[in-house]
Design a protein around this ligand. Structure first.
Ligand SMILES: *Cc1c(COP(=O)(O)O)cnc(C)c1O
Length: 332
C-alpha cells in the first residue's frame, strides 16, 4: 500500500468527531436464540435503524463533511442506485449541497423516485452502470462536482469504521465480528477499528455464493470481474474496481475467514430476523445471521457480533420470501 495514503485508526476517531452531529450511534442488541445455537454471546449491530435504513450514511457523511467549502459549493455526484446513492442524496440534502445521482435507463422507476424524494437531482443516462459512472466523471470535469465513491476511499472506510468503535464501547471483550462483504468499505473500516484495539479479534467476511467478487479476487490475488447474478443479497453485488487502491489490500490484510452462502441460507436469515427480532431486513443484512444459522461459522470466540447492515427491500419481495419461509417451517 502507498505509505502516503495509509489509513490509520486516528482517521476513524476523526471521522467519529466529524460526524457527531450527523449520525447517531445505533443499538447493539443480544440475540438469545443465536447465542444458544453457538454457545457464545451473540450481538446484532442494528445499522438498519439509521434514518435511511443503512450504514452507508456513515461513510457518506464523513466524506462529504470533509470536502472543502469550494468543493461543497460545486456539489457532489455518484452513480449508485442502492444504499450508497440514497446516503449521498440524504447527507447532501442535510448539508444543503447539490447532489446529482446518475442512473442508467435500466434502473426501475421505484429506485429513481426514492432518490428524488430525498431531494437529489437524478440524471438518467445510457443503459448500463458503466454509462452512469462515465457521466459522473464527466460532471466532475465539466461542472466541478465531486464524485463520491461507494467504498474505495479513505474517508468512506474511516466513516464505516466508526461502528467498530461503537461495538468496542458496548462489548469491550468482543472477540469475533462477522461482516457482510462486497466492495469492502465496511469490512476495511470495521476491521481497522477492531484490529487496532485488539489484533486477536477475528474478522469474518460473509457474501453470497452467486458472484462473490471479493472472494474470487482474493483467490486470484488481483481484482477480477464476474458477471452479476440474481441474489437476495443485491446490496452485495458489484465489482471491487480493477484499480482498487484501499479496500482490496485492507481486506487481504485483515480477513481471517470468508463464508459464502446459498440463497436458501440468506432467506433463512431474513426469516429469522423477522420471526425472532421482528425486524425487516434486506438480504445483505441477514448474511451474518445466516452464517451462524447455517453452521458454516466454524471458529469463533465467546463474544460474537454481526452487523445488520440495512433494510432497503421492497415489501412485496420481502413478503413472498417470508411466506416461503413460513411454509417451509410449517412442514418441518
Ligand atoms: C453496501 C452494503 C454492504 C457492503 O458494503 P461494502 O462496503 O460494499 O463491502 C452490505 N450491506 C448493505 C445493506 C449495503 O448497502
Amino acid at each position: 500500500m502507498n505509505p502516503h495514503t495509509k489509513i490509520e485508526i486516528q482517521d476513524v476517531w476523526e471521522a467519529k468527531k466529524r460526524m457527531q452531529t450527523m449520525i447517531k450511534p445505533t443499538p447493539l442488541i443480544a440475540s438469545p436464540k443465536l447465542s444458544d445455537k453457538i454457545n457464545a454471546s451473540v450481538y446484532l449491530k442494528l445499522e438498519n435503524l439509521h434514518e435511511i435504513g443503512s450504514f452507508k450514511v456513515r461513510g457518506a457523511s464523513n466524506k462529504i463533511v470533509s470536502l472543502t467549502e469550494e468543493e461543497k459549493s460545486h456539489g457532489v455526484t455518484t452513480f449508485s442506485t442502492g444504499n450508497h446513492g440514497l446516503a449521498v442524496a440524504y447527507i447532501a440534502k442535510r448539508l444543503g449541497i447539490r447532489a446529482v445521482i446518475c442512473i442508467s435507463n435500466r434502473v426501475p422507476v421505484g429506485k429513481v423516485n426514492a432518490i428524488q424524494q430525498i431531494g437529489a437531482e437524478v440524471e438518467r443516462v445510457g443503459d448500463s452502470q458503466d454509462d452512469a459512472e462515465e457521466r459522473c466523471y464527466q460532471l466532475e470535469k465539466e461542472q466541478g462536482l465531486t464524485v463520491i465513491k461507494p467504498f474505495d476511499d479513505p474517508h468512506i472506510i474511516a466513516g464505516q469504521g466508526t461502528m467498530g468503535l461503537e461495538i468496542i464501547e458496548e462489548v469491550p471483550r468482543i472477540d469475533t465480528v462477522i461482516v457482510p462483504l462486497s466492495g469492502g468499505g465496511l469490512f476495511s473500516g470495521v476491521a481497522l477499528a477492531l484490529k487496532s484495539y485488539n489484533p486477536s479479534i477475528q474478522l469474518i467476511g460473509v457474501s453470497m455464493e452467486n458472484a462473490a467478487v471479493m472472494s474470487e479476487s482474493l483467490k486470484a490475488d488481483r481484482p477480477v470481474i464476474l458477471p452479476e447474478q440474481n441474489t437476495l443479497a443485491d446490496s452485495l453485488l458489484g465489482g471491487i474496481g480493477l484499480n482498487n487502491q484501499y479496500t482490496f489490500p485492507l481486506v487481504k490484510e485483515y480477513l481471517d475467514d470468508l463464508i459464502l452462502l446459498t440463497e436458501e441460507e440468506i432467506a433463512t436469515g431474513m426469516g429469522f430476523m423477522l420471526n425472532q427480532h421482528k425486524l425487516v431486513v434486506e438480504g445483505a443484512a441477514a448474511t451474518g445471521v445466516a452464517a451462524i444459522l447455517s453452521g458454516k461459522l466454524k471458529t469463533h470466540g465467546k463474544h460474537v457480533a454481526t452487523i445488520i447492515t440495512g433494510n432497503n427491500i421492497d415489501l412485496t419481495a420481502f413478503t413472498s420470501i417470508f411466506q416461503k419461509q413460513l411454509y417451509k417451517s410449517s412442514r418441518q
